[in-house]
Write a protein that binds this ligand. Structure first.
Ligand code: NDP
Length: 247
């Protein structure tokens, strides 16, 4: 069968760790040319070398997805380097655990800036080229938290993930008729580095317990789902993939 990913240019945000790094690796292994985006440049450079050593092609573009201007300048830099953008994987995301009572609103703003506005900036930046060619694919990593009724101990996170799922639904109806595909992926507990980003020790330990165990999914499991959606024939839009641990 033909490999529909070969030679395609893919931007992966949050490629310096976890699900994003696994997705970048898998895309490169399938012949895509991958633009790696995250804030930690040295991690991106190391992953570039790893991909090159495995015979793949990648380039590092350090950026903060929550910075509106950097979305435009980075996408322009990717186009200058690779010629165009066929695929955007909006994966970068953060969690700041907590309920509402006593919360610091700065955590809410960071959560929405990165988890919701980031994908909106990056989608807007790649779309002109995709619409011009009448083809392209935007995959966004939401969460199992978007499927539930809200989360008492992760309120802002769950709210941002509900919002990003709604954003992708609207975007699909906006650009699907012009040939651009939009997919949302909603994983449950997955063993990544996200627990280590939590500052509060109690919440960090709880997240470690939730993610570092034999039942949690692995980052590569989510990468496989993302690549499944991307590898379908252009006439097929995989709207949504919801993954949860079997046990
Ligand atoms: P990790 O913490 O392992 O990786 C997060 C990635 O996002 C890192 O590469 C980080 O890079 C990047 N990132 C964070 N903030 C920014 C920013 N402002 N600008 C650019 N890059 C940023 O987490 P996961 O792999 O677990 O998370 C990936 C996605 O999966 C997130 O959207 C998360 O919400 C979602 N998810 C994860 C689940 C899980 O159980 N792990 C479950 C459901 C959803 P850097 O710090 O270098 O910028």
């Amino acid at each position: 069968s033909t490999n529909l990913l070969k030679g395609k240019v893919a931007i992966v945000t949050g490629a310096s760790a976890g699900i994003g790094a696994a997705t970048a690796n898998l895309l490169a292994a399938q012949g895509a040319r991958v633009a790696l985006v995250a804030r930690r440049r040295e991690r991106l450079t190391a992953l570039c070398e790893e991909i090159a050593a495995a015979g793949g092609e990648a380039a590092a573009f350090a950026a903060d997805v929550a910075d509106e201007a950097q979305a435009g300048t980075t996408v322009a830099a990717v186009i200058a380097h690779f010629g165009q953008v066929d695929i955007l994987v909006n994966n970068a995301g953060i969690i700041r655990p907590g309920g509402i009572v006593g919360a610091d609103a700065a955590d809410w703003r960071d959560t929405f800036d990165i988890n919701l506005l980031g994908p909106m900036y990056w989608s807007r930046a790649v779309l002109p080229g995709m619409l011009e060619r009448g083809a392209g694919h935007i995959v966004t990593v939401s969460s199992n938290a978007a499927k539930g009724p809200g989360a008492p101990t992760n309120n802002a996170y769950a709210a941002s993930k509900h919002a990003i799922t709604a954003f992708c639904g609207g975007l699909r109806r906006e650009v699907g008729p012009q040939g651009v595909r939009v997919t949302i992926v909603e994983p449950g507990a997955t063993h990544t580095e996200i627990a280590e980003t939590i500052a509060e020790p109690g919440a960090r330990d709880a997240m470690r317990e939730h993610l570092y165990n034999s039942t949690a999914m692995q980052a590569g499991d989510i990468a496989a789902a993302i690549c499944y959606a991307l590898a379908q024939h252009p006439r097929v839009n995989v709207d949504e993939i919801w993954l949860t641990p079997t046990k």
